[in-house]
Write a protein that binds this ligand. Structure first.
Ligand code: SF4
Ligand code: SF4
Ligand code: SF4
Length: 256
């Protein structure tokens, strides 16, 4: 269970996009107005019309599907809350993109060394006891950072005291087994372009239940992935050996 969380209250969001800018600056991305999630936009404030807005970013799931399907363990769910991704382990299969129930991970299609990209819940700040950049700059308190148990209590207090404001309820407390990001919604999730009717149990559980029933599909897939990993290892090993040879020849040349 995450220690820390973010609580986004849609009814308090004025669409100023300060969180978008703070996220870009925090992750060395060129300043721009996001129009969707992409490799340069980990946080998108969508204008839903009628003065209603919706933030889209990684939910930093408690039991993340991206991590469960990644064949090389490139994703990590940290005890503090963030779900991160390691570029040194990723082999670019993009299975995480297909598996994420919130369709979050994006790929650097234009890069020669493409990476999977997504919100990392500002782990570099959170691990130093600081709030996420988006929560720090939010001028209305629409995005709050804090201990998950405190934010859950705060969300339920608002639901109890103002049920008429939150027809969409609390999103993220139970969806796919719970997420570090919690959202108080004015209307049903579909109206905010969020996936609705998600299972209450973690998707990794479902993934395994499905995969266990599909040995015919998973066996060739696992073989394929295993083959890809072996090829990558082989490629790196050959490169290392070739570099060693080159260096050896170079040294010999220097000595002569
Ligand atoms: S929202 Fe998607 S990318 Fe983010 S932690 Fe959950 S499964 Fe992974
Ligand atoms: S938690 Fe950090 S990375 Fe995620 S949306 Fe907020 S500022 Fe961006
Ligand atoms: S900074 Fe706060 S009020 Fe402004 S768009 Fe982001 S969540 Fe909404």
């Amino acid at each position: 269970m995450s220690v820390y969380s973010l609580l986004y209250d849609q009814t308090l969001c004025i669409g100023c996009k300060a969180c978008e800018q703070a996220c870009q600056s925090e992750h060395d991305q060129p300043p721009h107005e996001a129009t969707r999630l992409d490799a340069q936009s980990f946080n998108w404030v969508e204008d839903l019309g009628n003065d209603r807005f919706q933030r889209h970013f990684c939910m930093n799931c408690e039991d993340p599907t991206c991590a469960s399907v990644c064949p090389v363990g490139a994703f990590t769910k940290h005890d503090l809350g963030p779900v991160t991704w390691d570029p040194n382990l990723c082999m670019g299969c993009r299975y995480c993109m297909m598996a994420c129930p919130f369709q979050v991970p994006r790929y650097e299609w234009d890069s020669v060394n493409p990476r999977v990209r997504k919100c990392d819940m500002c782990i570099h700040r959170v691990s130093r006891g600081r709030p996420t950049a988006c929560a720090e700059v939010c001028p209305t308190g629409a995005t709050l950072f804090g201990r998950r148990e405190d934010l859950l209590a705060e969300a339920h207090r608002r639901l109890r005291e103002h049920p008429e404001r939150y027809n969409g309820g609390l999103y993220g407390e139970e969806e796919v087994g719970g997420t570090a990001v919690l959202m108080l919604l004015a209307a049903d999730p579909e109206k905010s372009h969020l996936p609705a009717n998600l299972p209450r149990q973690a998707m990794p559980m479902l993934t395994w239940q499905v995969l266990n029933k599909l040995p015919v599909i998973i066996a060739p897939w696992a073989t394929f992935l295993g083959g890809m990993m072996w090829l990558t290892d082989r490629k790196n090993e050959v490169a290392r050996r070739e570099n060693g040879k080159t260096r050896g020849l170079h040294h010999k040349g220097e000595r002569s």
